[in-house]
Design a protein around this ligand. Sequence first.
Ligand SMILES: [Zn+2]
Length: 156
Amino acid sequence: MVKKKVFEILSQVFDPEIPVVNIVELGIIKEVICENNSIEIKISPTYSGCPAMNIIEDDIKFQLQKNGFENIVVTKVFSNWTTELLSNETKEKLKSYGIAPPNRINAIEINNEKKIFCPKCNSSKTNLKSKYGSTACKSFYYCENCLEMFEYFKET
Ligand SMILES: [Zn+2]
């Protein structure tokens, strides 16, 4: 019962870099341990060194405290987080937000160069502009069809 409530609250926490996908959908939550009055949340960073993790950690505590929980411990665990953990529904959310989702099916290779489909027009006429986007988790691509930049959520 408590666990279910905790998961509901955690679904209100978003990765600040991707405001459409919550941290449960992102597969960041590894374990929730409820004991008497204390709660331990084990989180796994999506990409090591992702600066958003500290913001996420603070937000988890804030949201839980707002809902009357006390003694909250957030522990970082390092597990093999992979973009394969994202459901198709989550990938669709990324795409409608304008971020090309990590998807092996969404990428084709032409002349050994990986082509990413534009999330807006589905064109494969895209070029890598910068290996690092607004964060290390994403790359910047340019679409020659709609002449716009977009971000690609790197697969791992
Ligand atoms: Zn496009």
